[in-house]
Design a protein around this ligand. Structure first.
Ligand code: CUK
Ligand code: CUA
Length: 617
């Protein structure tokens, strides 16, 4: 690596700031940022959604280690709902009924970073939302009812699935990758001294059924232990490729802040997923951990390495698919690669070497520009008008720059230390632009004090004009990373489950059919909930029985949810109008256990109650 990258002086400063913690000095509580009165009035008007009016966009924000997805309205920045994904959520009974309990499996937490809306021809189609999780899992939320329908994984050989769940332009695949390289298959021992040779990175394609959205493992590619961090799929001319950044091409261990920052460059890995698909069909994969894994040495053309500035984090493909933007965290520039040049370099074999058989492309041959955006560039999103927006962690700002001319047009400070940013449609083929949300890592008391565990901060920024304008501060629970913003009219949720669509084998719609049936020591209680009775109103079983309540909410009225809380047995579920759910307990404790409706549903809500009576043996 002989080429120097611009901003290497700044680099040392950046590294120091990264290490030291880098927020600007802390403002006093309730202190106002100095601003002209007219600006405040404009910001207020632009974000005010009057009572009864609706927001223009949905924002789906990852909940980080809360394992959830937060749904906001934009421009109001109101938190409308939470979609539980990887974590039980008593509010909607998630993780308590038999189906969602099974879906969560043994995990009671998940670290979810990157939501991805499904796409058709590179544009959001409003069908599904996918989201990754660090324990090698990925989930699909159906936007028809805003519910998690599938959790796939943990996927074999993947270790710390961070570079996920970015999708290809027609949702053929969601992406997956190993961030914490480890020996494969999982469960293999190798001492840390063997890191460089025996630890592996893995990149995977998660196949998505175009009709049902059902996910399954498509293929895996084994790589050197580079710690794959983030990804994005090519589109337009670059369709067929996936790009992943890595931050440890040094193959360092121990204090990575030192060892992983030695080289001037790390890599963006480019994987030809259409070739991966073909190679697996041709049987070129080797069975590792029960799945077929491709070695780039066996499949020429499968993978290339694009050198990118020190410790890159985000990689983002422009709306037209021509440019690939990679940002080195420890640089003052973001690098723009030209996909056409990448292809030419591959054709002309402009390689400077290889890493375990994966050719390294010559940096100067594939680069179009180094844009001097500022310190600590992380992620880039795109507007609909040829502008790009890059988050600057160290500068605690967002830079606006022009694709093609590479001019930096504007910069706006954010509060504080932005990670991801999200523009409406900002990673699609046709971004809407208009709004940008800065998902900040620190809030430093820009809110009423709530003690040391401060909320997460997101800021709404108007990007409709030449200059970016801050509109609003919003706060949430931990911890949004990335978000996707979609025009509200692209999403078409139902408001009840239609009776004719309920094919649950245990559903009943007539209270006369309600009651227990027994087979040996298994008792199934067909149950109806409707204003304002839970039928049956009491059930007697024997100690040691396995009891399944199959509960149908026969309401067909919007918002008439009923709950089923069972005291003493740690069960709490919620049944939406027209829905049937089952909840199973082992009745191992004798006694009388009340069950009751937990959702305030009518004037006679209190009366919705009954008893599970467990007769001692
Ligand atoms: S990460 Cu959090 S700032 Cu997990 Cu996408 Cu970049
Ligand atoms: Cu049903 Cu309260």
């Amino acid at each position: 690596m002989t080429n120097r990258i611009g901003g290497s002086l700044a680099l040392a400063a950046a590294a120091a700031l990264l290490a030291a913690g880098c927020a600007p000095s802390k403002p006093k509580g309730a202190q106002r940022q100095q601003r002209g009165a007219s600006d405040l009035a404009v910001a207020a008007e632009k974000t005010y959604v009057a009572p009864g009016d609706l927001d223009e966009y949905y924002m789906f924000s990852s909940g980080g280690h809360s394992g959830q997805v937060f749904v906001y309205g934009i421009p109001s920045m109101r938190h409308i709902t939470t979609i539980p994904v990887f974590t039980p959520y008593p509010g909607v009974g998630y993780g308590f009924d038999d189906d969602t309990k099974k879906m969560l499996g043994e995990y009671t937490w998940g670290d979810a970073h990157h939501p991805a809306l499904s796409e058709t021809n590179g544009d959001y189609d409003g069908r599904w939302l996918f989201i990754n999780e660090m324990n090698g899992r990925i989930a699909r939320i159906d936007l028809r009812d805003f519910k998690t329908k599938q959790i796939l994984g943990p996927i074999a050989n993947i270790s710390g699935n961070h570079g996920s769940s970015f999708v290809t332009p027609n949702t053929e695949y969601a992406m997956m990758s190993t961030r914490f390289s480890a020996p494969i298959p999982n469960g293999t021992y190798a001492p840390i001294e063997k890191y460089a040779t025996d630890y592996k990175g893995v990149i995977a394609g998660i196949k998505i059924d175009p009709k049902s959205g059902e996910m399954s493992l498509g293929w895996e590619v084994v790589t050197p232990p580079f710690d794959w961090d983030l990804g994005d799929a090519g589109k337009g001319p670059s369709d067929g490729w996936m790009f992943f950044t890595c931050y440890n091409s040094e193959r360092g261990t121990g204090k990575l802040e030192v060892t992983a920052s030695q080289r001037d460059r790390d890599y963006i890995g480019a994987v030809n997923w259409k070739l991966a698909e073909k190679a697996i069909q041709e049987g070129k994969g080797k069975l590792i951990g029960g799945v077929k894994v491709l070695d780039p040495r066996d499949v020429p053309g499968l993978m290339y390495l694009m050198p990118c500035g020190k410790s890159p984090h985000g990689v983002d493909v422009s709306p037209d698919g021509k440019w690939i933007v990679g940002s080195g965290k420890l640089q003052g520039v973001t690098t723009v690669f030209n996909f056409e040049k990448v292809q030419t370099a591959i054709r002309n074999k402009e390689f400077t070497g290889d890493e375990d058989g994966i050719p390294v492309l010559r940096y100067e041959a594939i680069k179009d520009a180094e844009v001097p955006v500022g310190l600590g560039p992380l992620h880039t999103q795109f507007g609909g008008d040829g502008y790009a927006y890059t988050s600057l962690f160290v500068d605690s700002a967002i830079a606006k720059w022009k694709l093609g001319t590479w001019e930096v047009i504007d910069k706006i400070p954010v509060s504080y230390s932005v990670g991801h940013l999200a523009v409406a449609g900002g990673d699609s083929a046709h971004p809407w632009g208009k709004y940008l949300v800065s998902l900040n890592k620190l809030s430093h008391g820009r809110h009423l004090s709530v003690g040391p565990s401060q909320p997460e901060s997101s800021q709404l920024i108007d990007i409709s004009g030449e200059k970016m304008k801050l509109l609003y501060d919003a706060f949430t629970e931990p911890e949004p990373h990335y978000a996707q913003i979609i025009k509200a009219d692209k999403v078409h949720p139902i408001e009840i489950y239609p009776k004719e669509e309920n094919h649950h084998p245990l559903a009943i719609w007539d209270v006369k059919e309600a009651g227990p049936t027994r087979q040996g020591d298994k008792v199934v209680v067909k149950t109806v909930v409707v204003r304002s009775t839970i039928t049956p109103t009491s059930v007697e079983v024997n100690q040691g029985d396995t009891v399944t309540f199959a509960i149908t909410n026969i309401e067909q009225t919007t918002d008439e949810l009923h709950g089923f809380g069972l005291l003493g047995y740690n069960k709490n579920i919620v049944i939406d109008p027209g829905e049937t759910k089952t909840v199973t307990i082992k009745a191992d404790k004798p006694g009388v256990f009340p069950y009751y409706c937990t959702n305030f549903c009518s004037a006679l809500h209190q009366e919705m109650q009954g008893y599970l009576i467990v007769k001692p043996r």
